[in-house]
Design a protein around this ligand. Structure first.
Ligand code: RIB
Length: 314
């Protein structure tokens, strides 16, 4: 029997409060009628964990919720997805993370996050889970929790000889000395631009940004470029990956679908290039449906769709 890939996810969860609007966003002081509203489970960490679980992987999840209305719902959702909630920390007196999201008629989104309890996941929580975390082949991290906790997780992964996939979202100034040896660093183009103060994100600037990050001790840098696909840089040079063409209705969480599935495919020991191609397909399929986690395909749905998409692509 095929063994179940295991990923450690130390990161955030949020309740997504999603407004879909027609035509345009209201101006300052203006009220206009929106098109639709949905509440869903989100947060970059939780989304990436759910993508792993939907594909059949095991997740060792470390996250934090508040002792409010949303906390138990978030925990129930993880349990429904088959994710162990043993390390979901409840923070007394704090609210759970929330994310007001605005989706335009082209399916593109703008997001605020209010991390709440997420900022109380501590380095000691990572240390306490060490024995279980050691079962994972990859550590999957983002930046919606305290940076000290992220750095501690990277250090622990190094100590345990596990590979780290770091999604630097939302972008913020990082101490790259503490990130040395990270296996895969995956910003989108806006994050790359903000991280390195790049003037723009044309292909030349993206390559320049990747080179800067490689010099800082990152092993592989993969920049996701939306409709332009993605580009991987490492000591062998650059490789470009075309996107899978779909008509998106909601791109919210597509980056997380990409990251979670990428971690899963790498843990299944696909070569990096093949894992990236599969993750691009998984993310593309997720954009054809509304919502964040609920748009993530199951393993069966994905396998069927990929066969057809690859045939079409020749
Ligand atoms: O990447 C999408 C996610 O970003 C949303 O689910 C939202 O919660 C924010 O964390």
């Amino acid at each position: 029997m095929e063994s179940r890939p295991c990923i450690a996810m130390i990161g955030s969860n949020m309740m997504d409060l999603v407004t879909y609007y027609d035509e345009r966003f209201p101006r300052l002081g203006e009220t206009i009628v929106g098109k639709d509203f949905e509440i869903g489970f989100g947060g970059k960490g939780a989304n990436q964990a759910v993508a792993v679980a939907r594909l059949g992987g095991e997740v060792i999840l470390l996250t934090a919720v508040g002792d409010d209305l949303f906390g138990p719902l978030v925990q129930e959702n993880f349990a429904r997805q088959g994710i162990d909630t043993r390390y979901v920390k409840v923070i007394p007196g704090k609210t759970s993370g929330v994310a007001p999201i605005f989706v335009n008629p082209r399916g593109e989104n703008s997001i605020f996050i209010i991390p709440g309890a997420n900022l109380f996941l501590e380095p000691e929580d990572v240390e306490r889970a060490k024995e279980d975390l050691a079962r994972a082949s990859f550590f999957l991290l983002q930046l919606e929790i305290k940076l000290s906790t992220v750095y501690h997780a990277v250090a622990l992964a190094r100590e345990l000889n596990r590979r780290v996939i770091l999604n630097p979202a939302p972008a913020q100034k990082l101490d790259f000395k503490l990130l040395e040896g990270v296996f895969l660093f995956v910003p989108n183009e806006t994050e790359l631009q903000n991280l390195l103060d790049l003037p723009s994100t044309g292909n030349d600037e993206v390559k320049e940004g990747i080179e800067i990050l490689l010099q800082k001790g990152i092993e592989n840098v993969l920049v996701t470029l939306g409709e332009r696909g993605s580009v991987l840089g490492n000591r062998h040079g650059f490789s470009w990956f075309p996107p899978y063409e779909v008509t998106p209705v909601d791109t919210t969480g597509a980056g997380d679908a990409f990251l979670g599935s990428l971690a899963f495919f790498l843990a299944r020991e696909y070569p990096l290039e093949e894992a990236i191609d599969r993750a691009s397909a998984y993310a593309a399929l997720s954009t054809t449906r509304r919502g964040t986690q609920k748009s993530f395909p199951s393993r069966e749905e994905f396998t069927e769709w990929l066969k057809i998409a690859r045939k079409k692509g020749g």
